[in-house]
Design a protein around this ligand. Structure first.
Ligand code: 2BA
Length: 109
């Protein structure tokens, strides 16, 4: 058995979860925060049999779009002591960041 940890954007999480559910995958949704943008995203935990791993990853990839976001950065111009200037930096976020972990034991009691 494998465990998928997938970080997706909040906007995509419903579509990913719906398609996982309609293909009989169990999933848990966690609200998470990206360390770089400090903005909300969604982490999905999906336990899958090894032979169904690629199908689950295919669904996550299909439903996760990459988007551009802007993060504000601050610089101090060369000789302008004490003056801070904010300027936007563009970053491309996602589709999805996917980790796959081997599961040693799985039980439902
Ligand atoms: P964030 O950490 O908020 O990162 C959002 C996006 O900012 C990243 O998109 C990337 O395009 C950019 N970015 C991140 N760190 C950067 C840096 N030091 N310099 C410049 N740009 C940077 P993604 O790579 O698609 O990542 C989306 C989210 O997936 C991340 O949100 C984070 O929550 C998660 N993630 C990405 N890589 C991870 C990793 N190695 N371990 C755990 N979580 C990860």
């Amino acid at each position: 058995m494998k465990l998928i940890l997938a970080v997706v954007q909040d906007e995509d999480s419903h579509k990913v979860l719906n398609e996982l559910r309609s293909n009989n995958f169990g999933a848990t949704k966690l609200s998470s925060t990206g360390g770089f943008l400090r903005a909300g995203n969604t982490t999905l935990i999906v336990g899958v049999e090894e032979e169904k791993l690629e199908k689950a990853i295919e669904i996550i990839k299909k439903q996760s779009k990459s988007r551009k976001q802007f993060v504000s950065s601050t610089i101090t111009p060369g000789d302008a002591l004490g003056i801070l200037v904010n300027y936007p930096i563009e970053v491309v976020v996602g589709g999805a960041t996917i980790f796959v972990i081997d599961i040693e034991r799985f039980e439902k009691v």
